[in-house]
Structure formats: structure tokens, C-alpha cells
Write a protein that binds this ligand. Structure first.
Ligand SMILES: Nc1ncnc2c1ncn2[C@@H]1O[C@H](COP(=O)(O)OP(=O)(O)OP(=O)(O)O)[C@@H](O)[C@H]1O
Length: 766
């Protein structure tokens, strides 16, 4: 068949599939509307019934049964509506582009090959006799990403199958028309990738299922490792790969896994927004997302937890006050010391607190200690704390009865208005009591119980144990040998002072939470199945160990690029894997490294890698553009003028132009300088959405993001003198997809040297 004829045949098939999709959308739409109507009816019926008078006891029982029945009906009809909605979403994803690949396979003994078409979801023909599209996650579809032509294998429920891959074809289909089509023997042809990467950035990350690369496919389809460590250079598709991996896992464990059992620790809220469309575009629900700061803040309610950004800003301006102590506190050694300390804690060493009520001591710390001390010696500490908690709750119930007779309660009862009284009586009525005293006793009891709820909550939340005092004791007793006594005392004093002011520095957080959880036996979540950590270079080993403790049943996928560490030393991937698999006690660790950078043009990647002392392993993708430009100006007004000219110029051809600064102060300064003259948005760490246009932000907010044009603000020696800031510059440069411009106010920093001249276009001021 000629190429022309082939294309016509394929277009005919696209037309047929498009019609199928359109027909199925129509049918589903009708079913959905019908289901929606039914849900509304059932729902209305339910709310009518749920609001009937419940005061008459006999009626109430009957009504409850009816309501329960209705509730189930509502739940069921919501469920079928949701399923139909999901099908409609999937079909509308297929409508845009029904498939992107075709594989022809010939099974042993067969003479003619069979053609399978691969798309974002499966689709059957109208009589459900055949798959006209195979989901990219189906086992057989693995061949498309992995196999070269010839004999290939794929998994089936009956074991590994061998088949012959005789053709692999790729398509670009836009609005029902094939715009590009070719056969290839590569994993996924370069041409498709070129086209995908050449596009302009938009607010959201795209799915990459049509062009997944082999190593990325290994990440996506890894179902055996309990620790999957992905070390990939900037722009190598780490984030993309894990999002497709989540979609893959959800597809393969439909019955046992749901999106709520997966959590992604992301670098910031802007990033969460940026990636939020990938899973829905694959017909899946988003996983839970949290930043480290949010996670810690939830666990330290009432304390202001230092964020990574705050720490970064402090370290940049003041340096690290006590590097050795900080390194120790964030190490596996410190977490082990916490564990040992908790194992050997004696009753005398435990720090108990008074439980207060209304300004007075309700249970004394000594009393709590007494309860604890009476428990069997052999019992584990966490079990003893639980038993103490139960003991206190029991006593509280007794004390409620006593308090109900006390003066403060009688006084409070005498001041009750009718409404309060009614609410305290609940379902009871005055006639239910034989005497007035009986009613009074009842009301006093209820009131005491209600007011003492606060004591119950305090016990329930283990407030009788003081984790902060305990941690201070731990610190006092566990000075690492490398830290001099005076500096360590300073660390302990600093911790106590922070707690007094309801603050906590990040370096204390993991070991303190670990200690609190070990003593109290709380804080673990056994439901979560997968934890994903992006930008792992920002996490300490202690933090990772703590997360493993919190999610003991979860498999961990940890991704990062140690070159992008802002203000940290770099570490070789293999060494990192060993360190982490020991720390996390992994049984099946796996390391995948990604060296090809897809985001930026060859010219930008070549420049970015030249900033690094060991950038040789980074391979640029073959997509060309302009050389990065460096603009040198020697005064602030000249620099701002040049910057303004540059942003306005770039904005004509780019959707997003991002000016990236070293820190928040500089971002703010630039914003102030430009806002009168151009339409510019300043982003801060409270922002949750990413607009297009001209943006300015500090680099740590741009982590994980990408922009058509990046302007690195002030790469002068004054601004980037510390060699440890190499990672910052590299991260800034590697955010650019199509254009990179560097502005230097005065001589450039040492990382940009004469050697790079051929990689750059240099513009001096005239
Ligand atoms: N196989 C692929 N097909 C198409 N595009 C890809 C592919 N892999 C990566 N990309 C694109 O390359 C860019 C970088 O990908 P991604 O953000 O996942 O990289 P990363 O390794 O997480 O980057 P960083 O560490 O710099 O934040 C994105 O625009 C992504 O869509």
C-alpha cells in the first residue's frame, strides 16, 4: 500500500472511531441526565423525610428506618450518576484524540498480524465484541513503550506471553484528523516528542502518555519496589513519570486502591495547581496533595512551624548558625537516638503535665504519674500511656458526678435561660421527670459533662504528657560528640525559647514528632498505600524516616535532583539509594536515573549544565532555539530599563515570562520597580494559582514549574558570590523551555565564566 493509501485507510478508521465515540457520548449523556433526574428526586424525598418531627419517640423509630432506606437509595443513585459522569469524561477525552499509537502483533502460529490501537482509555465497539482502543496501561500496551520490532514479551494473568511486534505506528490526531503519522522502531519517535516539547507552556502540565520514554516507562510500571528512588536531571520528566505512575497504579488496582490512599508531598501550592489536570485528563481522580509545611503544621497545632522557604531565606541572609548541630538533628543517627531514648525511658524520666480546667488544676501531673507507675513494668510505654489515658477518662466520669453537685454548677444552672435548658434536656421533656429535683440533677449532670468536655478532649489528645519538655530532656542527654557543649546548650535553649513563643524551627520537627509518636503510640496511618515525595533534595533524612514511620504500610516513590538543592551539598545517586534504603529499612529498593532533559532547548540545557561542576552526565534533548542571552548593566536604573524592555519584548511571543529572583525580597523589589510600567504579577507562597503573562517570583516558588521565557534576575558576583548557590542558578536556568535571559548588574558571578562565552550571547550596555 502506498503511504497515501495507508493514511487514507487510517483516516477512515479514525472517522469510524470518532463516530463511535460521538454515538456513545450521546447515549451516555441521556443516561446521565436520567440518573441525575432520579438522584434529584430521591434526594428531595430524603430531605422531606429527614425533616419530619422526631419528638414523638414511636414515630422516630419508624422514621429512622425509612430514612436509612432512603439514605441508601440516595447513595446508590449518586454512585450510578458518578459512574456515568466518569464514562462521559473519559469519552470526551477520547473525542479530542482517540488514540496515539498502533501496534501490530503476530502471535506464535498465526499468519496474519493483529492491529491494536492505544489511547488514553479503552473503548469497545457498539456490540461490545471488540476493543477498538486499548488503554495505554493495559499489559499488552507495554509493548508500545518498551519494545523494538521483533520478538517481545508482555505479562498476562496466565504468565508471560511472547509475541512478534511487526509494526509500531504513531499518530497525532487533532479534532478527528490525522495531522501526523509515521512508523518507528524507536521507543517513541523523536518527531512526536519534538512536536510535544515545542509547544507553548500553559498553566497546567500535560499528560505525556503518547510519548513516554523507556526509562520513564520503567518508573511508571514498577509495581514491586517498596522504595523507588528516581534521580533525574532538571526537566527529565520525573514529575510527569510519577503522575502517569499514579494513573497506572489506580488502573491496575481498581478494586483495592483509591486515590485517597495515595499522597503526594509537593514543593508548594503553585506546583499542586500546575499538575492538577494530568490525572483528570487520564480519567482518574487526583491523589491527595500536601506540602511538608502543611503536614507539619497539622501535627503541631498551635505552633508556628518554620517553612522550608522561611528557612531558606534565613540561611541565605544569616548563614546557618550551627551547621553541625543542624546536620545531626536531621540525620538518621538522631532518629535512632530518639528511638533508643524512648525504649529506655523510666517513669521518673517521663514529663507529665497538669490537666487544667477553668484556671485550676483538675488532674495533677503527680496523679497522672501515679496512675502510670502502677501499670505493669513490662508493658510498652505507648501501651502504658494508653492505659493511663483510659484510667483518667474513667476518673473523669466519676469526677463529673461530683462536679455536678458543686457550687459552680448550681450557679450555672440557676442562670440558664429557657433555650439553654431546652438544649440541655435534649430529647427529654419536663414530664419525663417525677420530681423537680430529679430534673435538676439531670440538668446539672448534663451541664457538668458539657463543660468538662474540654478536660475529656485534653486527656484524649494526651495533654497529660508534655512532649516539649520530654524533647528538651532528650536533647540535653544526647549531645553529639562533634558539637561543643556550649553550642549544644544553645540549641537546647533555643528550642525551649521557641516553644515559649509558640514557634518551632524545621530542624527540630522530625525528631520531636517521632519522640511524641513513640511515647504516645499515636500518629500512624496504616491505610495509605503509596507515598510520593517530589523534590526530595529538600527533605532531611530524619524527615523521610519520620514519614516512613507515619505511613508504615506505604510504598515510597522518592524523586529528586541533588543538583537542584538550594544551598546544600550534592550526593551521588547510588550513595543516596544506600543511605535511604538503610534509613527506611527498605526490602526492595530500586534506583532509576534519568539523564535526558526534555524541558529546555539544547542551547539552554547546554548552558545550564555548564554551571555545574559535574554537569557532563546531563544530555540535552535535540530541540533547538536561540542561545541564552546575558545582559550586563552597570547601574540599577540601566538594569531596570533593560529588564522592562526585555519583558515587554518577550511577552509578545511567550505566554509566560517569569523573572526569577534569589529570594522574596528581590522579587518584591523587582515588582515595585516594574509594576508602574507593565502588567506584572508578583507571586508569594500563599498563592495557589499560576496566571500567565509576566510573573516575578523567588526561585523556590518556581520549583517544579516551567515557563516559556525565564529571566534570571541579577546573576552578578554581588548577588551570587557563595559557590553553594550554584544549585539556585542551575534551578533558575532549567525552568526555561524556549528562551533564557540572564541579567547581571555589574560583573557576573564566578559560575558564569569566560568558558561559557560560546554558549551565550553577551550584550554589554552601550
Ligand atoms: N516523555 C515525554 N513526552 C513529552 N513531554 C515530556 C516527556 N517527558 C518530559 N516531558 C516534558 O518535559 C518537561 C519537564 O518534565 P517534568 O516537569 O516532569 O520534569 P522534572 O524532572 O520533574 O523537572 P524538574 O526536576 O526540573 O522540576 C514537562 O514539560 C514535560 O511535559
Amino acid at each position: 500500500m502506498t503511504e497515501q493509501n495507508e493514511r487514507q485507510t487510517e483516516q477512515k478508521r479514525v472517522d469510524y472511531v470518532t463516530k463511535q465515540v460521538a454515538d456513545q457520548i450521546k447515549t451516555n449523556q441521556q443516561l446521565f441526565e436520567q440518573a441525575h433526574h432520579e438522584t434529584r428526586m430521591v434526594d428531595q424525598n430524603y430531605s422531606d423525610n429527614a425533616s419530619v418531627n422526631l419528638y414523638e419517640v414511636d414515630d422516630a423509630m419508624e422514621t429512622n428506618a425509612m430514612i436509612e432506606q432512603q439514605r441508601q437509595l440516595v447513595a446508590r443513585s449518586y454512585e450510578s450518576e458518578t459512574i456515568l459522569k466518569h464514562q462521559l469524561d473519559t469519552l470526551s477525552n477520547l473525542k479530542k484524540s482517540p488514540y496515539f499509537g498502533r501496534i501490530d502483533i503476530k502471535d506464535p502460529g498465526e499468519t496474519t498480524p493483529e492491529s491494536l490501537y492505544i489511547g488514553v482509555a479503552s473503548l469497545m465497539n457498539e456490540d461490545k465484541s471488540d476493543f477498538i482502543i486499548y488503554d495505554w496501561r493495559a499489559p499488552i500496551a507495554g509493548i508500545y513503550y518498551n519494545g523494538n520490532l521483533g520478538n517481545v514479551t508482555y505479562p498476562t494473568p496466565a504468565g508471560t506471553q511472547t509475541t512478534e511486534l511487526v509494526k509500531k505506528r504513531q499518530f497525532t490526531i487533532k479534532d478527528g484528523h490525522i495531522t501526523n503519522m509515521f512508523d518507528t522502531n524507536e521507543t517513541v519517535g523523536d518527531e512526536m516528542l519534538q512536536a510535544a516539547l515545542g509547544e507553548q507552556n500553559d498553566q497546567y502540565m500535560q499528560n505525556i502518555v503518547a510519548t513516554i520514554q523507556k526509562e520513564q516507562n520503567d518508573i511508571i510500571r514498577d509495581t514491586t519496589s517498596d522504595l523507588l528512588l528516581v534521580q533525574g536531571v532538571a526537566g527529565s520528566g520525573k514529575t510527569s513519570a510519577i503522575l502517569q505512575r499514579i494513573a497506572y497504579l489506580l488502573y491496575h488496582s481498581r478494586a483495592s486502591l483509591n486515590a485517597d490512599q495515595i499522597v503526594l508531598f509537593s514543593p508548594n501550592r503553585l506546583f499542586s495547581h500546575y499538575i492538577s489536570e494530568v490525572l483528570p485528563s487520564l480519567g482518574e481522580r487526583n491523589m491527595r496533595q500536601v506540602t511538608l509545611a502543611e503536614f507539619l503544621s497539622r501535627r503541631f497545632e498551635g505552633l508556628d512551624v518554620q517553612t522550608l522557604f522561611e528557612r531558606y531565606e534565613v540561611e541565605q541572609t544569616h548563614g546557618i548558625a550551627n551547621q553541625a548541630a543542624q546536620t545531626y538533628l536531621e540525620s538518621a543517627a538522631c532518629m535512632k537516638a530518639v528511638n533508643d531514648y524512648c525504649q529506655s525511658l523510666t517513669t521518673e524520666q517521663l514529663k507529665f503535665s497538669n490537666i487544667m480546667f477553668d484556671g485550676r488544676i483538675f488532674f495533677t501531673a503527680t496523679h497522672v504519674r501515679d496512675i502510670f507507675a502502677k501499670l505493669p513494668q513490662k508493658m510498652a510505654i505507648a501501651d502504658k500511656i494508653l492505659a493511663t489515658k483510659n484510667g483518667l477518662i474513667k476518673e473523669l466520669k466519676q469526677r463529673v458526678k461530683e462536679e455536678a453537685k458543686s457550687d459552680w454548677v448550681s450557679e450555672a444552672v440557676s442562670q440558664l435561660n429557657g433555650e439553654d435548658l431546652h438544649s440541655l434536656l435534649g430529647e427529654k421533656k419536663s414530664e419525663d421527670f417525677e420530681t423537680e429535683d430529679e430534673q435538676l440533677d439531670y440538668v446539672s449532670d448534663r451541664l457538668a459533662t458539657k463543660r468538662l468536655r474540654i478536660v475529656y478532649d485534653a486527656i484524649y489528645n494526651n495533654y497529660f504528657f508534655d512532649p516539649y519538655a520530654q524533647y528538651a530532656d532528650f536533647l540535653t542527654q544526647n549531645r553529639p560528640a562533634i558539637v561543643p557543649i556550649d553550642s549544644w546548650n544553645q540549641i537546647v535553649a533555643n528550642f525551649k525559647q521557641e516553644i515559649e513563643y509558640h514557634r518551632i524551627s524545621l530542624m527540630y520537627c522530625s525528631s520531636l514528632l517521632y519522640l511524641r509518636d513513640l511515647v504516645s503510640g499515636s500518629g500512624q496511618n496504616r491505610q495509605l498505600e503509596y507515598v510520593f515525595i517530589d523534590e526530595m533534595q529538600d527533605y532531611s533524612t530524619a524527615a523521610l524516616i519520620y514519614l516512613k514511620h507515619v505511613f508504615p504500610k506505604a510504598k515510597f516513590t522518592i524523586l529528586g535532583d541533588s543538583e537542584q538543592a538550594l544551598f546544600k551539598e550534592i550526593e551521588a545517586p547510588q550513595q543516596l539509594l544506600e543511605r535511604l534504603s538503610t534509613a527506611l529499612e527498605s526490602k526492595r529498593p530500586n534506583l532509576i536515573t534519568l539523564n535526558r532533559s526534555y524541558r529546555s532547548t539544547t542551547e539552554i540545557t547546554n548552558f545550564a549544565k555548564s554551571l555545574l561542576p559535574d554537569g557532563d552526565q546531563i544530555l540535552p534533548f535535540n530541540r533547538h532555539g536561540d542561545l541564552p542571552r546575558i545582559i550586563l548593566r552597570y547601574s540599577m536604573p540601566d538594569a531596570i530599563r533593560a529588564l522592562l524592555e526585555e519583558v515587554d519584548n518577550q511577552a509578545k511571543s511567550s505566554e509566560t515570562v517569569a523573572i526569577l529572583t534569589k529570594n522574596a525580597t528581590q522579587a518584591h523589589e523587582v515588582y515595585q520597580q516594574l509594576r508602574q510600567s507593565t502588567d506584572i504579577t508578583l507571586l508569594t507562597d500563599t498563592d495557589r494559582t499560576l496566571p500567565t503573562g509576566i510573573l516575578v517570583m523567588p526561585i523556590y516558588l518556581a520549583k517544579g514549574l516551567e515557563f516559556d521565557t525565564v529571566i534570571a534576575y541579577d546573576v552578578s558576583v554581588n548577588n551570587y558570590s557563595d559557590p553553594r548557590s550554584t544549585g539556585i542558578l542551575y534551578t533558575i536556568a532549567s525552568r526555561a523551555m524556549h528562551q533564557l535571559i540572564l541579567l547581571s548588574i555589574g560583573a557576573t558571578c564566578p559560575m558564569i565564566s569566560d568558558e561559557q562565552e560560546k554558549l551565550l550571547q553577551i550584550e554589554h550596555s552601550i
